[in-house]
Design a protein around this ligand. Structure first.
Ligand code: KG4
Ligand code: ZN
Length: 342
C-alpha cells in the first residue's frame, strides 16, 4: 500500500510517498524560513499563501521522482490539526481534493500523533508501550503511549512550550529567525556552567513543565550585563549554553521521573526540539546508565515533515467497510487524548 502524506500545519510545505514494502519513496520539504525571517516569526497569512503556491508542484515532483502514477496511490493523509488554521486548510483542501479525484480515502491526521509515530520510520522501531516526550514549538508533552490512539497525557507545559522558550530566548539574544537551532549552535561554543539559571517546577511533584521563568531569568541577566557594555559573542554563547543546559535538565529530570512512575522502559523523543544534540546526548547517557532505551527519529523526521504524516495515516487507514468521507477537516486546536484507538 502506498500513502501520500501532506504536511502544511505551520511553515513547512512537505509531501511524502510511503510504501509498506519499499519504505519512503519520496520525501520533499519546502521551508518558508526566507519568507518569515524578516518578520522574526511566522506570519500566518504568508504561510497559507506559500503553501498554496508550493503544495501541488511538490506532489507532482514526488510522483515523478518515484516514477509513480496517481493511480498507484492508495490513500491521501494530511495534517488536519493542531496548527495555523489557514495553513491547515490549504493542505486539507488539496489533499481531500486529490483523494476525491483519485477515488481513494482521505485520512485526516493529528499533527502530534504524527510526531510521536515518527520513530516508526526508523529501524529498530520502538515497540509499544512507550513514554513519549513531545517537544515542539507549540507543545511540551509527556505521553504514555499504549498503542496507536492509546494516549495518556502525564504532563505538559503550564506556559511556554520548550521550542517557544528556545525561540524567544534566541530572539532576545539577537539571533536570526528561526531561533531554536541558531541558539543551539551558539550554545555549542559556550560554557554551560557560566550562569546558573532556575529549573522551574523541578522540585515540585508531578510531571508538568514551566519555561517562562527561565526565559525571564536569561533576559534579566542579559540586560544587566548589557547595561555595563555590549554583550560579547562569548558572553552570548555562555548565556545560550547555560539556558540550553537548564532546559535539558528540566526535560531529562521529567522523563526520568515519568519512566519511574509508569514503569515504562522505552522513551521516544519527538518534535523539533528533539533535534537538539545536547538533549539527545544527555538522554542517551542517563537512560542507558539505567538500562532503559531511548529512540529518536533522525533530524528531518523530528521537525515538521510529511513522512510522519504518511506513517500516521497508514496506521489510520480506514477499514474496507468504512463510509468514505471527503469532508475537509482542519482544527487549530485538537487534544491528543480525544483520538480514538486505531
Ligand atoms: O516540530 P516543529 O518543527 O514544529 C512545530 O510543530 O512546532 O518544532 C519547531 C520547534 C521550534 O521552536 C524550533 O526552534 C525548535 O523546534 N528546534 C530546536 C532545534 N531545532 C528545532 N530547538 C532546540 N534545538 C534545536 N536543534
Ligand atoms: Zn510539529
Amino acid at each position: 500500500m502506498i500513502i501520500l502524506g501532506v504536511e502544511t500545519s505551520c511553515d513547512e510545505t512537505s509531501v511524502a510517498l510511503l510504501d509498506d514494502d519499499r519504505g519512503l519513496l519520496a520525501h520533499l520539504v519546502h521551508s518558508q524560513i526566507a519568507i518569515h525571517a524578516p518578520f522574526g516569526g511566522v506570519v500566518p497569512e504568508l504561510a497559507s499563501r506559500d503553501h498554496i503556491r508550493k503544495l501541488l508542484p511538490l506532489v507532482r515532483q514526488a510522483l515523478e521522482q518515484s516514477s509513480l502514477h496517481s493511480s498507484d496511490i492508495d490513500g491521501v493523509a494530511y495534517t488536519a490539526g493542531p496548527g495555523l488554521i489557514g495553513a491547515l486548510l490549504v493542505g486539507a483542501t488539496v489533499a481531500t481534493g486529490l483523494a476525491a479525484a483519485w477515488r481513494r480515502p482521505a485520512i485526516p491526521v493529528h499533527h502530534m500523533e504524527a510526531h510521536l509515530l515518527a520513530p516508526l520510520l526508523e529501524t529498530p522501531r520502538p515497540g509499544f508501550p512507550f513514554l513519549a516526550l513531545l517537544v515542539s514549538g507549540g507543545h511540551t508533552l509527556l505521553v504514555a503511549v499504549g498503542g496507536v490512539g492509546d494516549y495518556r497525557v502525564l504532563g505538559q507545559t503550564l506556559d511556554d512550550a520548550a521550542g517557544e522558550a528556545f525561540d524567544k530566548t534566541a530572539k532576545m539574544l539577537g539571533l536570526p529567525y528561526p531561533g531554536g537551532p541558531q541558539l543551539a549552535r551558539l550554545a555549542g561554543t559556550g560554557r554551560a556552567d557560566r550562569f546558573r539559571f532556575p529549573r522551574p517546577m523541578l522540585n515540585r511533584a508531578g510531571l508538568d513543565f514551566s519555561f517562562s521563568g527561565l526565559k525571564t531569568a536569561v533576559v534579566l541577566e542579559a540586560r544587566q550585563l548589557a547595561a555595563a557594555r555590549p554583550l560579547e559573542e562569548s558572553v552570548r554563547a555562555d548565556l545560550a549554553s547555560s539556558f540550553q543546559e537548564a532546559v535539558v535538565d528540566i526535560l531529562v529530570a521529567r522523563c526520568l521521573r515519568a519512566l519511574e512512575q509508569t514503569s515504562l522502559t522505552r522513551l521516544v523523543v519527538a518534535g523539533g526540539v528533539g533535534a537538539n544534540q545536547r538533549l539527545r546526548q544527555r538522554l542517551r547517557d542517563e537512560l542507558t546508565a539505567r538500562g532503559r532505551e531511548v529512540y529518536y527519529p533522525r533530524h528531518e523526521f523530528c521537525t515538521d515533515n510529511a513522512a510522519m504524516v504518511a506513517v500516521a495515516g497508514r496506521r489510520r487507514f480506514p477499514s474496507r467497510d468504512a463510509t468514505r468521507s471527503y469532508a475537509i477537516t482542519a482544527r487549530a486546536r485538537w487534544d491528543l487524548e480525544e483520538l480514538a484507538p486505531a
